[in-house]
Design a protein around this ligand. Sequence first.
Ligand code: SF4
Length: 331
Amino acid sequence: MTAYTNLTGIPLSVALWLTTDDYDYDQRSNHISATTLLKPVRQIVLSARVPPQDAIPDIASLVPSRMGSAIHGQIEQSWLKRYKEGLIALGYPQKVVDKVRVNPTPEEAVGDIIPVYLERRAERHIDGYVVSGKFDFVADGRLEDFKSTGVFTYMSNSNDAKYIKQGSIYRWLNPDIITQDRMAIQFIFTDWSRQRASIERAKGYPQNRTLEHVLPLDSPAATEAWIRTKLSQITQYQTAPDELIPRCTDEDLWRKSPVWKYYKNKDKMSRSTKNFDTQGEANIRLAEDGYTGVVVEVKGKVTACKYCSAFPVCKQKDEYLKSGELEIEEL
Ligand code: SF4
């Protein structure tokens, strides 16, 4: 049984919910999940080296994941328990409703029906590993993934590459069920604002709290090649010293953009004269002022380490703590 801390003193009614973990863990030593495969090699390899006493999660950090599970669970239950009533309530004709089959067996999934699959786990054995994954939803051969997340994730497209890779692994695991080349992310925004939707419409701010985002899948051959490469890296660095393990990239680290600070007077560096988003803009201002000042690049802060399970043992993160590129708020 997993132990938890409750350092922020969350009241018992909510705390108990946060200790409820319905993930179907697999204890096989050569098992790896699709979601783990998407993580950086450093994170995967070093997470396994964290001593158990340093790997106790605090329940406050579990709120987003538990909210996600609650949404997934309720969507699944809606389809399992009352899809006929729901489809009729949405105005679908009876003849369409009669064609729907939820989680049909291969024998049932033939003929003129609309097959719908939910939360189905599949696995494949490859290069000494067992790769498994559980997709959210497939209807008529098209994969859908439910993501409860902030609007920024959608507007920045910051996770699209990951979503495509994850969806492609699910297709590689379920070629008989996922037959379409495109998938859909069903965003359920946790911080959507009606006011921002109105003000920032032209910037692409979503106009509703939910939004479908269609993405192409990689080919099964390309996906398998990617999986093999990733597995061979994991094997290669399994026991390697920290210094030899590939470093997390700025993208892995969710590093914010750098800022170029321009100081007009080199002798007064306590406050910059102006900050620029690009070095070019800062240099133009430097030239305009006759090259008497100075431009200093300030690297963007990194964020992913705060949520990384390898945090206690990772030396790359120590560098960022020392340089100030990573800031940890005290509880
Ligand atoms: S702690 Fe940071 S640098 Fe280290 S593996 Fe995790 S994300 Fe990468």
